[in-house]
Design a protein around this ligand. Structure first.
Ligand SMILES: Cc1ncc(COP(=O)(O)O)c(C=O)c1O
Length: 399
């Protein structure tokens, strides 16, 4: 099939809620992906904050290939060495004692919501009902995850939503204080709002939430689906902010391009799950575990993480100093999770023009350009990205 036939077939047979660019990507390598015309794109999107070791990282490809020839799927009715090793390296690198492995971010958040409810009910003997999340948040697309997501556009047409959710304002502790009570199961928050526009929690906000949760017996859930696994230049964003949650969720970067999610918590909180409480056929799938094992080993190296911090700061400084035709009014972020505010009128057009100039980025929150490259990005990748961004902005400013 030629390119236009393929795209037409894709449009006819695919999920109509997607609107892909008219491009077919054929292969990826390191910081680049290549389309069916052979054009190379510098990848500052990374499959939406996923391909942390680069496109088709050979270490991941080898581990996955070896695992595919050894053991692919056995279910949770048995142990596998690769799953156990991954569980040990996940729990060894953070506050948690146990992990539930799954396949995506939404699924990890769904599990977190279920565990929090069960913990309050079964362990504490308190059938609390309310979960507090935040305006402009994003937690995924299952029914509970869209309910947790504090953006009405994701709710429309899917009502009735899951009962028990209330929304506070991100960064505004008083708005949480007004809602939180002895009926609160948990407060669930992204340490840096990603889809909402790359907005790091302001100073004191997460520690304030920790105090409010401790005072009322609510659990604190960090959705680190986007911020986790090295994205901020720390293995987890909670370590950057110095505030420890009770439950943490991961996905995106965890498999370096292979779908895998995780919900982690302490032994005490996990007492909420008893035999048969929660499960997933594919959770802990050996193929996914083999990929995640490689990612954690590489990203967990302090030298790797300090490289992420260095290049992240360089990217933020480069954006702040960019002398471009479309003005950037603010640059926000931590590590290699960076947003540049250009306004609703320009954001989409700049992202599209950047693609035409060979740079993959996207928008977040409608007004912000989002930069979430593979964590192997170097300062010279940033220089080239800025060159292409400047050209794209010039095109948008005077078409
Ligand atoms: C913070 C956050 N949570 C959850 C999700 C949902 O993850 P998934 O698309 O893997 O279900 C996303 C996806 O963008 C996310 O950014």
């Amino acid at each position: 099939m030629n390119k236009s036939d393929l795209i037409a077939t894709g449009d006819r047979t695919g999920n109509p809620s997607y609107a892909p660019a008219r491009l077919i990507f054929e292969r990826g390598e390191g910081m680049y992906v290549y389309d069916s015309d052979g054009k190379a794109y510098l990848d500052f999107l990374a499959g939406i904050a996923v391909n942390c070791l680069g496109n088709c990282a050979p270490q991941i490809a080898q581990a996955v290939s070896r695992q595919a020839q050894t053991l692919l799927q056995i279910s949770n009715m048995f142990y596998s060495d690769v799953q156990i090793r991954l569980q040990e390296s996940l729990t060894g690198g953070c506050f948690a004692d146990r992990v539930f492995l799954c396949n995506s971010g939404a699924e990890a958040n769904e599990a977190a919501i279920k565990l929090a409810r069960r913990y309050q009910r079964v362990v504490r003997g308190e059938p609390r009902t309310q979960i507090i999340t935040f305006e402009s948040s994003f937690h995924g697309r299952t029914l509970a995850a869209i309910t947790a997501t504090g953006q009405p556009k994701y709710h429309e047409g899917f009502e009735p939503l899951v009962p028990g959710f209330a929304y506070a304002r991100f960064g505004d502790l008083e708005s949480v204080e007004r809602l939180i009570s002895a009926d609160t199961v948990a407060v669930m928050v992204e340490p840096i709002q990603g889809e909402g526009g790359v907005r790091p929690a302001p100073e004191g906000f997460l520690s304030g939430l920790r105090n409010l949760c401790d005072r009322t017996g609510a659990l604190l859930i960090f959705d680190e689906v986007q911020t986790g696994v090295g994205r901020t230049g720390h293995l987890y964003a909670y370590q950057h902010f110095g505030v420890t949650p009770d439950i943490m969720t991961l996905a995106k970067g965890l498999g370096g391009g292979v779908p895998v999610g995780a919900m982690l918590a302490t032994d005490t909180v996990f007492e909420g799950f008893t035999r048969g409480s929660h499960a997933s056929t594919f959770g802990g799938n050996p193929l996914a575990c083999a990929a995640a094992e490689v990612v954690l080993r590489e990203v967990g190296d302090p030298m790797f993480l300090s490289g992420v911090r260095d290049v992240g700061e360089y990217l933020m400084a480069s954006l702040s100093n960019l002398d471009a035709a479309v003005p950037i009014s603010a640059v926000r972020g931590v590590g290699l999770m960076v947003g540049a505010e250009v306004g609703a009128e320009k954001a989409g057009a700049v992202a599209t023009a950047a693609r035409e100039h060979g740079l993959l980025i996207n928008t977040a929150g409608g007004t912000t350009l989002r930069f979430v490259p593979p964590l192997i990005a170097t300062r010279s990748d940033v220089d080239l990205a800025m060159e292409r961004l400047r050209a794209a902005m010039a095109q948008v400013a005077s078409p």
